[in-house]
Design a protein around this ligand. Structure first.
Ligand code: DGT
Ligand code: CA
Ligand code: CA
Ligand code: ZN
Length: 574
């Protein structure tokens, strides 16, 4: 959907008009258009195709034309027109809380302030004070606003960055000048948060490639555009760097810019000991270049196996590669199903049939319907009788499928006293039982750990979902003794979940590795509430790979029979 892109563009037009001191009637109509498009639940592109844009209240003929122009050409001439004579940097100043268009215009006129650096300098030099209407209090607010602005520009979740990269690479592949293009940096390593996105390309005419890069859809600010390097900021608020390198150096550059820095430093030491030198241009013996077109050449020349990017954190992967002992990492294609999903019986949107259809399209053999349990009122948790009805409905539906199974499941709440929200005799009827904590986060480590262990010891609980409850850069999660949890999971044959939802990504990579070493199985599950969240399985597989997991460590790589055996084996222990 391009709703967000278009809304942001109208918002910026309004900001810039205001910055230029235009009359407020026009400004208000752009602001309104931004709000209306931003709040739409329908896809603006579909509405445009159906010629229904002007049916939306607040969208007039002129606005509709601008939307259609943008959808057709990726550009809005009105935006380009208002941006004439204004720098992107100045426009971005208006995102700072405490700085409206009027103040920014005044700072520009009086002090020649164009961007953030100028502004910070002017504040330090005490130049703001005394300007029209600016007192100590206002300056304090601006300083706070700058801090917030800077943190909001820091790291974004991989769940935000990953689709951006897909979109960019897909769009740039259309440029026939480009021979190869690939993401590098933390994104290629599938880190859970991304500082900036690094992309490498090789091709014929660097300048032309950079040009198509800075002119892509979704670019809000061009930071640099040279012959071999372009740097932009995109709608999603993240910076993207593109470097164009020679074909002959592509592998070396990819290796260098994939990092991590720690991994690269360790490699350089090994190179040095062997009388070699590595750089972004290649691997060299004295003056002689001995490799650089392919990444594999670098690792081979250093006497080790090629290392998958997700492992490149200097956590023992180099030693393993030297000994030929790298794990055979799990791949997306190993995944046979998804074991944690919500339907419209609780707080999800899809019906069973839609879930099954989507899963089949993704090539899955099974999909668990794991709606919430009764205590979770906010999430429409199911009562005992409703779960019984759900079981019946799924059984009935399953008769229709060949080679695919909807699994009867639940995400049963682990209550504050450690008991489960459904009785054992109900859990017994399910194929898969997922248990999780949604309340009592402040109970303290010991109590929370005890609650979780009680659930793990229940013979019917197969998977503990989102084991720490954290939300990346929003909420720390509860305190829980994961080492103990891992030990008891190993004893009881209970799996831990990697929750693929981009805010969670919990279990994290390091604990995945610990779990694997303790013999604990992992489930990679999306916890999807909408069909368009099921793709996030890719993020979970990335985390699993960072955690050194192989297919055999992950239960949703199993065939349906093996999975069912895993889930029932537990009941028959002792
Ligand atoms: P990020 O962007 O903070 O999420 O993390 P990265 O890993 O993408 O880091 P970034 O964007 O600063 O640089 C991309 C890669 O380039 C990095 O992973 C390794 C390489 N690199 C950058 N600066 C240096 C450096 O000073 N020394 C070495 N050895 N490598 C560097
Ligand atoms: Ca980066
Ligand atoms: Ca970078
Ligand atoms: Zn859930």
């Amino acid at each position: 959907m391009k709703n967000h892109e278009i809304a942001a563009l109208f918002g910026r037009i309004a900001d810039v008009l205001e910055l230029k001191g235009e009359n407020s009637f026009r400004i208000n109509s752009y602001r309104k258009a931004a709000r209306v498009i931003g709040d739409l639940t329908e896809d603006v592109e579909e509405l445009a195709r159906a010629g229904k844009l002007t049916d939306i209240s607040g969208i007039g003929k002129g606005t509709a034309e601008k939307i259609v122009e943008y959808l057709n050409t990726g550009k809005m001439s009105k935006y380009e027109e208002v941006m004439k004579g204004v720098s992107e940097e100045t426009v971005s100043l208006m995102q700072i809380s405490g700085l409206g268009p009027k103040t920014v215009a005044m700072l520009n006129k009086e002090l020649g302030i164009v961007g953030l650096n100028d502004l910070e300098k002017a504040i330090q030099e005490g130049k703001l004070k005394g300007l029209f209407g600016i007192g100590d209090k206002k300056i304090e607010n601006i300083i706070k606003g700058i801090e917030l602005f800077k943190t909001s520009q820091q790291r974004i979740s991989i769940g935000m960055a990953y689709p951006v990269v897909k979109r960019i690479i897909e769009e740039l592949r259309h440029n026939p000048q480009i021979k190869d293009i690939q993401a590098a940096g933390s994104l290629r390593r599938m880190k859970e948060t991304i500082g900036d996105i690094d992309i490498l390309a090789t091709g014929i005419d660097g300048k032309n490639i950079v040009k198509s890069f800075v002119n892509m859809r979704g670019v809000t600010q061009v930071l640099a555009a040279g012959d071999t390097k372009g740097s932009v900021r995109v709608e999603e608020g993240v910076q993207v760097d593109l470097r164009v390198v020679l074909e002959d150096e592509f592998g070396a550059a990819l290796q260098y810019f994939t990092g991590s820095k720690e991994h690269n430093i360790h490699l350089r030491e090994i190179a040095k000991k062997n009388g070699l030198k590595i750089s972004e241009y290649g691997i060299f013996k004295g003056e002689r270049k001995i490799g650089g077109r392919l990444e594999e050449e670098i690792y081979k020349a250093l006497g080790m196996d090629w290392i998958p990017p997700e492992l490149r954190e200097n956590r023992g992967e180099i030693e393993a590669a030297q000994e030929g002992k790298l794990p055979k990492l799990i791949e997306l294609s190993d995944i046979k199903g998804d074991l944690h999903n919500h339907s419209n019986w609780s707080d999800g949107t899809p019906a069973f049939e839609e879930m099954a259809e989507h899963a089949i399209k993704m090539g899955y053999k099974y999909l668990a319907v794991s709606d919430h349990s009764k205590s979770l009122h906010v999430a429409g948790g199911l009562k005992d009788e409703e779960l019984l009805e759900e079981i019946e409905a799924i059984d009935k539906l399953n008769k229709k499928f060949k080679g695919f199974t909807l699994l009867k499941a639940t995400e049963v709440d682990i209550k504050t006293d450690g008991s489960l929200d459904f009785p054992d005799k109900l859990l017994e009827k399910l194929d898969v039982v997922v248990a999780s904590i949604h309340s009592g986060f402040k109970q303290g480590k010991e109590k929370i750990t005890e609650r979780m262990l009680a659930a793990i010891r229940n013979p019917y609980v197969n998977i503990i979902a989102h084991p720490t409850g954290r939300l990346i850069s929003k909420r720390e999660g509860y305190e829980v003794d994961l080492d103990k949890v891992i030990a008891v999971c190993a004893e009881t044959g209970t799996a831990l979940e990697i929750n693929c939802y981009y805010d969670r990504l919990d279990l994290s990579d390091l604990y995945c590795k610990k779990a694997k070493e303790a013999g604990v199985m992992i489930a990679i599950s999306t916890d999807a509430h909408h069909l368009d969240q099921m793709w996030m399985i890719e993020l979970g597989v990335g985390i699993a790979r960072r955690g050194w997991l192989e297919a055999k460590n992950v239960i949703n790589t199993f065939s349906i029979d093996k999975l069912k055996a895993f889930c029932t084996k537990k009941e028959t222990i002792d």
